[in-house]
Design a protein around this ligand. Sequence first.
Ligand code: ATP
Ligand code: MG
Length: 148
Amino acid sequence: ETVQPAELIAELVEQHQLTTAKAVRFAVHVAPDAIHCDPLHLRNVISNLIDNAIKYSREQVTITIQGQPENVGWRLTVTDDGIGIPKSYQPAVFDRFFRVPTGNLHLVKGFGLGLYYVRQVIERHGGRLQVQSEPGSGSAFSFWLPSL
Ligand code: ATP
Ligand code: MG
């Protein structure tokens, strides 16, 4: 199916802003092209990344979608200015039930399943996931998906 990413992201951001008490600013940069993908899974994947970005950010979340050269696919990145993830834990964040032991586990609710789901969906669609993060300054989660 074909998805208009600009519409999808706008809808998801609005939904998350309505259901969170935290004052988070969003910036969205989306290439206007249509994307061929499974809309339900794409929606859930992006929703999980936005949810994390809100939970673990201070106040700013940026969402970017870029087409890739020669039409090999597209990349989505969700960047936050939050607590970040120590290097030693970064490879584990996509594991089932894993949560970084920061001492805030009871303040910030979660099961450690969101990123596991994200990984399952992206890998089954032949995509790639990446996390870049600096403790204390923030994280960028991105995935690349091939054009169908
Ligand atoms: P769930 O998504 O199941 O509600 P969760 O958010 O704790 O719970 P994941 O989304 O799988 O679980 O994330 C795993 C862990 O990775 C989190 O518990 C958190 O420690 C860390 N993490 C994920 N996203 C971020 C982020 N944007 N900034 C800092 N840490 C993050
Ligand atoms: Mg989560």
